[in-house]
Design a protein around this ligand. Structure first.
Ligand SMILES: [Ca+2]
Ligand SMILES: [Ca+2]
Length: 240
C-alpha cells in the first residue's frame, strides 16, 4: 500500500480501520454458525441387533425385562420384533432391519438424549404396517418433547404386501428444554402385528439456539469498537 507523503492522520486512520476489520473478522468467526445436522439417536435404523439371533421366520423378538437388549433402546413394555429385508416382512425402509412395535404383544421402546435450551429438534421416521395380521387400522404413537405423532396404518394397498412392504414418512419438531428428553414409540392396538418403524431420527442443526452470553459480549464489543473507529476516521478526515 502506498501512502501520500506527509499525511500521517490518513495513514493512522487506515491502520486503525485495518485493525478493527481484523478484530471484527475474528469476532464473526467466533459467532455461532449453521453447522451440519447432528444425529442424536443410536441405532435409529435398527441395524444393530446386539446379541439377538434371527429365527427361522426371518426376525427376532426383544422383550421388556428380557435377556437380550435392543442396542440403543429400552423395551419398557410388552415386546417388539425386528425383521430382515429377506423375510416376508421386507424390504426394510433403510438397511436390512425394520421394527414391528407389536412383538408378540403391544410394545413400547424409548431412548433418551440431552437437549439444549431453546434449540430446535426434528424427529423423522418411516412407518408401515405388519402385512400379516395387524388390526385395521394398526395404531401407534411417536412422542418426544411434549409432542405426540399419532400413526395410523390402514389395511390397504398403500402399505404393500408380503415381500413388498411399502412405507410412508412422518415427523415433527420440538424445542429443547436443556434437560434430557425421551423419544418413545408405543403400540396403541394390541396383538402380535402392528405398525412397523424404520430410520428413526432426531436431528438438530443448531437452529433456534440461544447464543452463549460470552459470544454476544464479543459481538457487541466488536461492533462498538468498529463504530468508534468510524467516528475517529470521520474526525480525522474532517481535519485534513
Ligand atoms: Ca433399518
Ligand atoms: Ca410381531
Amino acid at each position: 500500500m502506498r501512502f501520500i507523503s506527509g499525511n500521517s492522520a490518513l495513514r493512522t486512520t487506515f491502520l486503525r480501520t485495518a485493525a478493527v476489520s481484523a478484530l471484527c473478522a475474528l469476532t464473526l468467526a467466533a459467532a455461532p454458525s449453521v453447522a451440519s445436522a447432528t444425529e442424536l439417536l443410536t441405532n435409529g435404523s435398527f441395524e444393530d441387533i446386539g446379541a439377538g439371533v434371527p429365527e427361522g421366520w426371518g426376525g427376532l423378538t426383544y422383550y421388556a425385562g428380557g435377556p437380550v437388549a435392543l442396542p440403543g433402546w429400552s423395551v419398557s413394555a410388552g415386546s417388539v420384533d425386528l425383521t430382515s429385508s429377506a423375510s416376508f416382512w421386507g424390504p426394510a425402509y433403510d438397511g436390512n432391519y425394520s421394527l414391528d412395535i407389536n412383538g408378540w404383544d403391544a410394545g413400547t421402546i424409548s431412548q433418551s438424549f440431552a437437549t439444549v435450551l431453546g434449540q430446535l429438534y426434528t424427529v423423522s421416521f418411516a412407518y408401515g404396517r405388519n402385512v400379516a395380521g395387524a388390526p385395521d387400522p394398526a395404531l401407534a404413537t411417536v412422542s418426544a418433547g411434549g409432542t405426540t405423532f399419532n400413526v395410523s396404518a390402514a389395511n390397504d394397498a398403500s402399505f404393500g404386501s408380503g415381500h413388498n412392504m411399502l412405507w410412508k414418512t412422518g415427523g415433527f419438531s420440538f424445542t429443547g428444554t436443556g434437560s434430557p428428553t425421551t423419544l418413545t414409540l408405543a403400540a396403541v392396538t394390541g396383538g402380535n402385528g402392528g405398525v412397523f418403524f424404520d430410520k428413526l431420527s432426531v436431528q438438530t442443526d443448531g437452529a433456534g439456539a440461544v447464543p452463549e452470553p460470552a459470544t454476544w459480549a464479543l459481538m457487541i464489543g466488536g461492533f462498538g469498537i468498529m463504530g468508534a473507529a468510524l467516528r475517529r476516521r470521520r474526525r480525522a478526515l474532517a481535519a485534513l
